[in-house]
Ligand binder design. Structure first.
Ligand code: FES
Length: 115
């Protein structure tokens, strides 16, 4: 019996998980990578209510979801806001505390400065 696993990147946005279990090869689709929309947080005042943060980076209405994630395997993140306040939204889409900026953008590889 041979058991092993590996993550395979087949192009810029697609990952597969390859698992070899008991000599059987299993290939799983993985979610696409999020697109980096900005390399720093976005401070934006929001009204009380429900807001959906775009986690895929494909929405045309950043930082909010417009449904463009469909087919990516990524999902928007719900934020309930009790009263009007300023939120520091993550734009790099790599935060460990979505939808909030946690400083992870400082650790990402340098991007085009126009982003
Ligand atoms: S913009 Fe700061 S962690 Fe994503």
């Amino acid at each position: 019996m041979l058991c092993a696993a590996a993550w395979l990147e087949t192009n810029a946005n697609t990952y597969f998980h390859l698992a070899i279990v008991r000599d059987e090869c299993i290939l799983h689709d993985m979610p696409e990578k999020p697109i980096i929309c900005g390399t720093k947080s976005l401070a934006l005042e929001v009204e009380a209510g429900t807001h959906w943060w775009c986690s895929c980076g494909r929405s045309a209405h950043q930082p909010f979801c417009d449904g463009a994630h469909k087919g990516t395997g990524l999902q928007p993140v719900k934020l309930e806001v009790a009263e009007k306040k300023t939120v520091w939204w993550c734009q790099c889409k790599h935060t460990a505390n979505p939808p909030f900026c946690d400083g992870t953008h400082k650790t990402l590889p340098k991007q085009d400065e126009s982003v």
